[in-house]
Design a protein around this ligand. Sequence first.
Ligand code: CP
Length: 353
Amino acid sequence: MKEKPFTIKHVLDIASLSPDQITYILDTAESFKEISTRSIKKVPTLRGKTVINLFFEPSTRTRASFEIAAKRLSADTLSISASTSSVVKGETLIDTARNLEAMQPDVIVLRHSLSGAPHLLSRHVRASVINAGDGTHEHPTQALLDLLTVREKKGKIKGLKLAIMGDITHSRVAHSNILGFTKMGANVVVSGPATMIPPYIEKLGAKVTLSIKEAVQGADVIMALRIQLERQNKLSFPSIREYATYFGLNTQHLALAAPDAIVMHPGPINRGVEISPELADGPHSVILDQVTNGVAVRMALLYLLLGSETRMSHGDTKKDEKNPPSPPFTKGGHPLSPPLKKGDTGGFSGESQ
Ligand code: CP
């Protein structure tokens, strides 16, 4: 493993990571992949550390892989869902986190339906905070595992054409991937229904086309996205059937891409809606490789956060002045949602939407 300092205290978004930091995370993740192939998949690296998964929204992949990653590094883990916590009795996110922090965790992994929730949390707790998906804002660990998968399959990221297809407006995965892949030198094109492509998206570095065929033409990577029905009050298109007909990706689209194109999807998949089963299960699909790489990326992040020399020990209430958590949506961020003000705890009842 490279001897290079990694002094980040929280992983809140891709917007605040530099290309060097992203490369360092990917290199570290690559070195951790081997552990998961052993018959005894456990190393003592994080023995004595505690990781709390605090999930206010449903999850299969992210939650399971954070838990597996922590366990493979011998950390103690605890997973909490909003529905089985005292959030249902009215406790706020901050009060929940403060009470959990009284038990001395080292990392809190947070998924929340409100954009900016992890950034807010990071200002109220001493533990490191990892964003496991916040509203429509970002899903940084998904982008990191996607970057790792593309680098692994293609041998590079720079210069590749990545086509991200579908519900861009409501997809935190799309936002993190546009930022991550453009930072690493890829050319990102997004496409989907006009009602699902927000006007600010080009500011993040992506090219927009309403023609699916143009988007996938010559693409090295095709990434399909689920329609985020849980984040919209009404459909942005006439019907699911119509969406599948006009915007669902299938083998005819793949035929327009580069011959060795790979097909990605962050999951969960809605088969026959945004992607055909033939494409999802076909030889170009790397969807399950993404899931495998999710464990390695999360192992790397836990290791890098907890192994950092500048990390505060418990009982030290001093702020890390060198690496303060970057506020969301300020310079270097992006205008996906209204910013949370410093000290703002209102509205965070912790209810999942
Ligand atoms: N990709 C992803 O975040 O999946 P989950 O919602 O199952 O965690």
